[in-house]
Design a protein around this ligand. Structure first.
Ligand SMILES: CC(C)(COP(=O)(O)OP(=O)(O)OC[C@H]1O[C@@H](n2cnc3c(N)ncnc32)[C@H](O)[C@@H]1OP(=O)(O)O)[C@@H](O)C(=O)NCCC(=O)NCCS
Length: 212
């Protein structure tokens, strides 16, 4: 079951079916006010999610919402056990056998996840992103297309690494921080901070955080 019926949801649905392991049988989104069956797929509001999961014990869910905060809030709202979430890895991604990836996460085509890397739940590793050895990606983080994280980088919960950005080895990006598109992080970025440029420097409002 797909939770999120927007553009990112369509990408995740396509990917999930490409793996050959999944078939989309339900789509939940706040934009649906009533439950409707169309071409064998059940469309309805998120309130139907828990009921459907109870009805079909084989069914797995994935929150396919691109925005990290919205994805986090939806997971909190649903309160589903992590075991009921799928882990979707496109067959065109390279995943080291020594990497560990939690459920709820989506890994897109062309991504590389190298040895010893750890990726927590509900993260997005987007097309062509590189996660080098021993890097750690927190829950609800998003590594955008073409971004490259060197060995031992740590990305906090809900952090967003922009498209084409890079992070040198062992740098830490704090929770809910943002590294802008094309930026290069050569120093740690504090939690809640947005940094841009090469090398990446914080832009106002400095130190903005969200309540966990
Ligand atoms: C960093 C980012 C979040 C900032 O967004 P914002 O808070 O709306 O900031 P603004 O667009 O108001 O820009 C603020 C300033 O930062 C600069 N800036 C913004 N993004 C920048 C970037 N990626 N690199 C360099 N400078 C950037 C702007 O030019 C502006 O500078 P100015 O004040 O001198 O005019 C956004 O620009 C970005 O890079 N997002 C990543 C998007 C992405 O990767 N999407 C992929 C999804 S799959």
């Amino acid at each position: 079951m797909l939770i999120g019926g927007g553009g990112h949801g369509r990408v995740v649905a396509d990917m999930a079916e490409t793996t050959g392991d999944y078939r989309i049988i339900a789509v939940a989104d706040d934009k649906f006010t009533a439950i409707e069956l169309k071409s064998g797929v059940c469309y309805g509001p998120p309130a139907m999610v828990r009921k459907l999961l109870r009805t079909d014990i084989e069914m797995q869910a994935i929150i396919a919402i691109g925005d990290n905060r919205m994805r986090f809030m939806m997971a909190e709202r649903l309160g589903i056990a992590l075991e009921r979430y799928a882990l979707i890895i496109h067959p065109g991604a390279y995943i080291s056998q020594y990497a560990a990836i939690s459920r709820g996460t989506v890994i897109m085509p062309g991504a590389v996840v190298n040895t010893g890397a750890r990726i927590d739940s509900h993260a997005i590793i987007n097309s062509g992103a590189i996660i080098e050895h021993d890097a750690e990606i927190g829950p609800f983080a998003h590594i955008s297309p073409g971004a490259a994280l060197a060995g031992g980088v740590r990305v906090g919960e809900g952090a967003h690494v922009g498209i084409g950005a890079s992070v040198i080895q062992s740098v830490r990006l704090g929770s809910w921080s943002i590294l802008g598109a094309g930026g290069a992080a050569i120093r740690d970025i504090p939690g809640g901070t947005t940094a841009v440029g090469v090398p990446a420097r914080p832009i106002p409002p400095y130190g903005k955080t969200i309540e966990a």
